[in-house]
Design a protein around this ligand. Structure first.
Ligand code: ZN
Length: 288
């Protein structure tokens, strides 16, 4: 299976170096990715997360909340949307048959609009909670404007799981090869998941927003920048579960690091290592 790493629109949070650890200044904005995957499977394309989409680029003020627009100021370039990168690889949007979603936050679900025929797979718990819109922050992060394809969603209970390296996993995603599975990692949201993909020689685990900074997975001395620590605390729905899952992922990485490659959605260092290119360019530049 061929895998493409796509950064589907960077975000540029206030806090600079305090967020990403790399930007030279605290005054300048930082740089984070929306790390999605495009999988070329036998019977069609599968996307893991969708980043921000065309409608977010064209009408950010109606699609997204003013709070997050101010806080993370996405770098709205149409060529970085998932659909444009899919096209630049020579495919059509309709070739994407399935989307496996880590969670419904605006920076993961924004591209759902651009693949109206795809079946979307996620935990039932994620959909149920996101629809409730209980708090002010829920209404800023979960944007029903991004979900017109809701009739194509397939929802899974956590009890449908089976063991995967000591984690629950859901491998029977309707129509999806069973080498791709949802791995529930609640905390950031109630129905938050990682997505595990079996390759010839190892597993990839896209951990979504289970952690935000590559050094958080350091088994000896885990470290997160203060800005991203703050952001994760702001966004968490279940602190105990989030920290517990981070600890489990660190342990998984330590014990199974040669078999499983972990990465998260927003870390530029991980994105550039895995994609082999700058996070600021779309995928077709790889082929020039
Ligand atoms: Zn996110």
């Amino acid at each position: 299976m061929i895998i493409h790493h796509l950064n589907c629109i960077s975000t540029c949070p206030i806090g600079g170096k305090l967020m990403d650890g790399q930007t030279r200044s605290l005054v300048k904005r930082g740089h984070l990715t929306c790390h999605c995957l495009l999988l070329e499977a036998d019977h069609g394309l599968i996307l893991v997360d969708t980043g921000l989409g065309l409608e977010d680029v064209r009408n950010p003020k109606s699609q997204l909340s003013g709070f997050f627009l101010a806080m993370v100021s996405p770098d709205f370039r149409e060529e970085m949307t998932a659909v444009r990168q899919v096209e630049s690889l020579g495919f059509n949007a309709s070739d994407v048959h399935h989307i496996v979603l880590t969670h419904l936050d605006f920076d993961h679900a924004g591209g759902l609009n651009d693949f109206p025929h795809a079946t979307v797979h996620m935990l039932q718990e994620e959909r149920d909670y996101a629809l409730k819109q209980r708090t002010w922050l829920d209404r800023q992060r979960f944007r029903p404007q991004q979900w017109p394809t809701e009739q194509h969603w397939r929802l899974y209970g956590i009890d449908e799981g089976e063991d995967w390296f000591g984690f629950f996993s859901i491998s029977q995603l309707e129509g999806v090869p069973n080498n791709i599975r949802l791995v529930p990692l609640p905390g950031h949201t109630h129905g938050h998941c990682g997505v595990a993909i079996k390759l010839a020689d190892k597993w990839l685990l896209q951990t979504g927003d289970a952690y935000f900074y590559h050094q958080e997975m350091d088994p000896q001395s885990p470290f997160c920048t203060p800005g991203l620590r703050f952001y994760q605390t702001l966004m968490e729905k279940d602190r105990q579960a989030r920290l517990n899952n981070q600890q489990r992922l660190r342990e998984l990485s330590r014990a199974q690091g040669n078999q499983i490659e972990l990465f998260c959605a927003h870390d530029v260092v991980e994105f550039e290592r895995l994609s082999g290119r700058s996070a600021r360019v779309p995928v077709q530049h790889l082929r020039l």
